[in-house]
Design a protein around this ligand. Structure first.
Ligand SMILES: [Zn+2]
Length: 113
């Protein structure tokens, strides 16, 4: 399951961060999800609670922030926002853009104790 492995990587990232930043309990996790990552928020929350059980993240609140996907347009020479992977450029209509971001996941912030 997609969401389960995402939650497992979130836990690993938090554990690494806990080691270097010396915290022992997490209260809130703000997670950025690219709009192309195909993450189901309900499934994400369900797996989050499951995976975090018995860890320093147990009982933490999960806040999901969807970030728009961007792609590089060679005609405009800039990153443009797209809503689907093979969308053309919204500014000039150019196709065959190179995806810059959109399917990744990133911890934006942690509220720790
Ligand atoms: Zn363009």
């Amino acid at each position: 399951m997609h969401e389960m492995s995402l939650c497992e990587s979130v836990l690993r990232l938090i554990e690494d961060s806990a080691e270097s930043n010396h915290f022992s309990k997490v209260k809130t996790v703000w997670l950025e999800i690219g709009s192309l990552a195909a993450v189901e928020p309900e499934a994400m929350r369900f797996n989050f609670d499951l995976i975090m059980k018995g860890t320093l993240v147990e009982g933490a609140k999960l806040e999901l922030i969807e970030v728009p996907a961007t792609a590089w347009c060679t005609a405009c020479e800039k990153d443009v926002e797209i809503s689907q992977r093979y969308d053309g450029c919204p500014c000039c209509g150019e196709t065959g853009l190179t995806l810059s971001s959109g399917d990744e996941m990133r911890i934006r912030e942690l509220e720790v104790v």
